[in-house]
Design a binder for this molecule. Structure first.
Ligand code: AMP
Ligand code: MN
Ligand code: MN
Length: 339
């Protein structure tokens, strides 16, 4: 027999996940460390839908709930990992490309699971689940979950509805990035028809920044540099600034879009000294040009993501990490423009 088409395989995987949901009672939903709107939104969306059909559900994130997403109804359900394993039948890993990015403590509390279901849209996903529903053409895991929940005829309570909207909106840069499709807008329209208050939810997502985020922006602007004839822009955040401004991890979320938006810039990078004694550096990368695949660059350094948005966690110190990554970026830019 020939291999099933990707569409047929996708539908079969959705049916399989439906069977798993039906035949089990307890579920633990995880997402990646330093969770963003898609990670937490996906946890709440699927979690509240499962609760609505009477399942026992735990929502755990290695780093807990970021303050900027606490407005989401249902967000109080997201907790940091307890010390002991949570005895559950099924674990869902959402919006997470590699198993280790779930975090050590989160993985430990998932140790007693019988089945691991991996639902994600990262092209670099390693298919580490027993069941893998991976769609790299989807702009957000929240969009895959909308399709899953509706295909299986599961309920979409207001908590799930709002969480899916925030997941999609934040991962598409407010429905702007190239991965946004007609289907993405149709889903948003469907959510509005189900009662979503679009003005209120956008206001809570985008108009409620703490003042320290602007102070962070000021500090970052002081480090901004252009290179490669204006094709590459980068800025960095040092531990000292983090402490001085009492920053939280989520405060920098989305700020990279400011330098990505500079005319002529094709690649934007954000380098950040992470707290802790390991001296690790977090790198965020954005590309505006399909010929410069930042996921490929990230993979060289053990990171991952998407072609136009990717990230790395790598050894420091900051200056050494910057030199290595910027060198790889400039090589990619050179070859993109000389081919
Ligand atoms: P960020 O720059 O943190 O917004 O991440 C951009 C994209 O790359 C997101 O889809 C992340 O999930 C992914 N990503 C970020 N850091 C990593 C990493 N260390 N490993 C794999 N994927 C990552
Ligand atoms: Mn994410
Ligand atoms: Mn995502």
């Amino acid at each position: 027999m020939s291999d099933p088409t990707p569409a047929a395989e996708h539908s079969a995987t959705i049916r399989r996940i439906g069977d798993i949901i039906q035949s089990h009672q307890s579920f633990l939903l995880l997402s990646h460390v330093r969770p963003d709107g898609d990670a937490i939104g996906s946890q709440i969306a699927l979690g509240c839908s499962l609760i609505a059909i009477g399942k026992t559900v735990h929502l755990v994130n290695e780093d807990g709930l970021p303050e900027n997403l606490a407005f989401l109804a249902g967000s109080h359900l997201v907790t940091p990992p307890p010390v002991d394993p949570i005895g559950v039948d099924v674990v869902f890993a959402l919006d997470n490309a590699t198993e280790s990015r779930l975090g050590e403590a989160a993985l430990k509390c998932a140790a007693d699971r019988r089945i691991l279901v991996n639902i994600d849209h990262h092209v670099s996903n390693t298919r580490y689940g027993d069941v893998n529903l991976i769609d790299p053409t989807s702009p957000a895991t929240g969009q895959i979950l909308y399709e899953l929940i509706t295909a299986l005829g599961m309920p979409l309570p207001p908590e799930s509805r709002d969480a899916i909207y925030v997941a999609i909106s934040t991962d598409t840069g407010s429905f702007q990035y190239p991965a946004t499709t007609a289907r993405t807008y149709e889903i948003a329209a469907g959510l509005i028809r189900r009662g979503l208050d679009v003005g209120a939810i956008n206001s809570k997502t985008y108009d409620e920044h703490p003042y320290r985020r602007l102070e962070l922006m000021r500090a970052l602007l002081n480090t901004l540099e252009l290179s490669a004839d204006g094709l590459v822009a980068h800025w960095d955040l040092r531990e000292r600034t983090r402490v001085e401004l009492a920053l939280r991890p989520e405060d920098s979320e989305g700020l990279i879009d400011t330098i990505r938006a500079i005319r002529g810039v094709q690649v934007a990078l954000f380098f950040e000294e992470l707290p802790g004694d390991e001296g690790k550096i977090r790198v965020s990368m954005r590309s505006k040009d399909r010929r410069i695949d930042v996921c490929r660059i990230a993979l060289e350094f053990g990171g991952g993501g998407h072609a136009l948005a990717a990230g790395i966690r790598m050894p420091g110190p900051l200056e050494a990490a910057k030199a290595r990554v910027l060198d790889a970026v400039r090589r990619a830019v050179d070859s993109a423009f000389t081919d």
